[in-house]
Design a protein around this ligand. Sequence first.
Ligand SMILES: [Zn+2]
Length: 197
Amino acid sequence: MKSKHEPVLIALVFIGILLAMPIILPCMVVSDARRKRRLRRCARTTVCEECGQLLGDASIELSNLECQKSIEKLNIKPSRVNHRRVRQNDAICPNCKAEYRFVPKRSELLRVWECDVGTIIDHQRRDLPDSPTKRALRAAVLKTPQRYDSRWLLVYETSPKVLYDPKTGDYALLGLGGQVTEVGDVAGVVSTLEELA
Ligand SMILES: [Zn+2]
């Protein structure tokens, strides 16, 4: 049964949202400005992994330009929402055109394909037969892979930790002393972890 107070409640919620608008909107603008400032600061200190050149302000301008071109090509309104929708990167190396995405939580610019590594390793893990080791891997997966060195990315925070090479698709285990032992594919990770257990 519908309450007779329902229309009053809906009206109150609506008025509440309207009243909160002057607070919500400036908050959105401030957080957007803050993100941009942090991105700029990060680009000014990040060196391109491919060519070694400092990314700098020019890398952000290149990314903005590319986003603007996509908007024009798609012939859509240049609104903030649309900008966010079409944006593929936050910085592009002015020298070699390597693309980077900003990870605000860690104030870090990561290669665009590094951001996609998570999806790739998730798919590979899902294809494995169910086992306690598979479940342990799922629980220990890093949301964004972390760079370990020029070849390896840290992808699973298991013990020992698991590394992944996005160029070759190889996996390796990281010993406590820092030694890297290659184990082949994800099935190799599982069998080696089970042997060690
Ligand atoms: Zn570069």
